[in-house]
Design a protein around this ligand. Structure first.
Ligand code: AMP
Ligand code: MG
Length: 371
């Protein structure tokens, strides 16, 4: 299949969603993209979190095509994207007060809500679940595309299953060219990690996947906020994460990643020793460091993913660096760890999952799998 790739200049775009017709960016391109979606085709597009791979959420064939294009297991449900709050009522059977408060506070934005679905949403979109994940993105291209399509858009991240999520159009082109009808290139995304997923079907909000909207932010709105254990550690035998996708070792580069936790200087020293040994054995290794520590490593391919003083930069660069290490063909990756506050919680979640929970605590015992 020939994939149409269209580059949209960010300067020509309005700053946020904006409802009026005359503010629609690139009207011809978006009309075409909307038509492709309505006819059952797939279009990749930028959002503020990562690039999405969109298809008509109400069309089970489109959902099947999404799974096929990604090579994703079809029991891993898709997030449904809308552009206006009113669309939600057609998709879910109930909007509890906690969901209203969350939408008020964080939509449009990087937050996905789990709600009870109406039958219009096919089982293919929700992986057979009776709930549906819904998000209203703030990115102006995403919002305009959903409006142009005139249908809700099911969109997982636009990467091949198992690869790090795409934060730049080049990543999408690498993974999806030839597999889908169209790619909208809107430049690098803003946040760089996937949305926070919050289950609103129980008594209190439960974070199923951490993201930019942090636990601390939710605690300002609610007395009680829970966190699904699967988002902070490995699931034991017989346990199932509430977000089915969290069971996969995804967000992952091809090389084995080991995460080092503990006091910063001790971490650096330990990584240096591991790298020295690997280099002696002729292995190609990558190091994930911070601006503050990147010059502490004399050997190995060193990449800073941002400043410890600004964890948002770390979130923004993580996936691109994992992909770069894949492209460079490194055989092992050693990563420093970052403060798990605010969006740092999401960074930690992605790094621990990318490592398959291969975590070395420099001042304590290391966790499975053994060092
Ligand atoms: P991605 O499409 O890569 O952003 O991943 C979507 C995530 O949302 C996966 O981890 C899914 O398991 C999760 N998800 C989607 N729908 C639901 C749902 N109804 N209940 C719980 N988690 C969901
Ligand atoms: Mg994904």
């Amino acid at each position: 299949m020939d994939t149409i790739i269209v580059t949209l200049s960010r300067e020509a775009l309005p700053r946020s969603g904006g409802g009026e017709e005359e503010r629609t960016p690139y009207p011809e391109v978006l009309a075409r993209a909307g038509e492709i979606l309505r006819l059952g085709g797939l279009v990749a597009f930028p959002t503020e979190t990562v690039y999405g791979l969109g298809g008509n959420a109400l069309d089970k064939e489109a959902a099947r095509k999404i799974y096929a294009a990604k090579g994703r297991p079809s029991d891993n449900p898709l997030i449904v994207h809308i552009a206006d709050r009113e669309e939600l009522d057609g998709l879910v059977s109930e909007v509890p007060p906690m969901a209203d408060r969350l939408m008020e506070a964080f939509w449009p934005g990087p937050m996905t809500l789990i709600l009870k679905k109406k039958p219009v949403i096919p089982d293919e979109t929700t992986g057979g679940l009776r709930t549906v994940a819904v998000r209203m993105p703030s990115d102006p291209v995403a919002a305009a595309l959903i409006r142009a399509a005139k249908v809700p858009i099911a969109a997982p991240s636009a990467n091949l299953s198992g690869r790090p999520s795409p934060t730049r159009a080049e990543h999408v082109i690498e993974d999806m060219r030839g597999r889908i009808e169209m790619i909208l290139d809107g430049g690098p995304v803003g946040i760089g990690l996937e949305s926070t997923i919050i289950d609103c079907t129980g008594e209190e909000p439960v974070i199923l996947r951490p993201g930019y909207v942090s636990r601390e932010m939710l605690e300002e709105l609610f007395d009680r906020v829970s966190v699904d254990p699967a988002s902070v550690g490995p699931t034991g035998e017989g346990e199932h994460p509430k977000a089915p996708g969290m069971k996969y070792r995804h967000y992952a580069p091809e090389a084995a990643l080991t995460l080092f936790e503990g006091e910063s200087r001790a971490v650096t020293e330990r990584i240096r020793a591991r790298v020295a040994e690997d280099v002696r054995n002729g292995r190609r290794v990558g190091i994930i460091a911070a601006d503050e520590t990147k010059t502490d490593y004399p050997e190995g391919i060193v990449r800073s993913i941002g400043s410890r003083r600004n964890v948002e930069t770390v979130a923004h660069n993580l996936f691109a660096v994992l992909r770069e290490f894949d492209d460079l063909g490194v055989e092992a990756i050693y990563s420093e760890s970052f403060s798990p506050e605010g969006i740092g919680q999401a960074v930690r979640n992605r790094l621990t999952k990318a490592s398959g929970y291969r975590i070395v605590r420099v001042d304590g015992p290391s966790t499975y799998p053994a060092e």
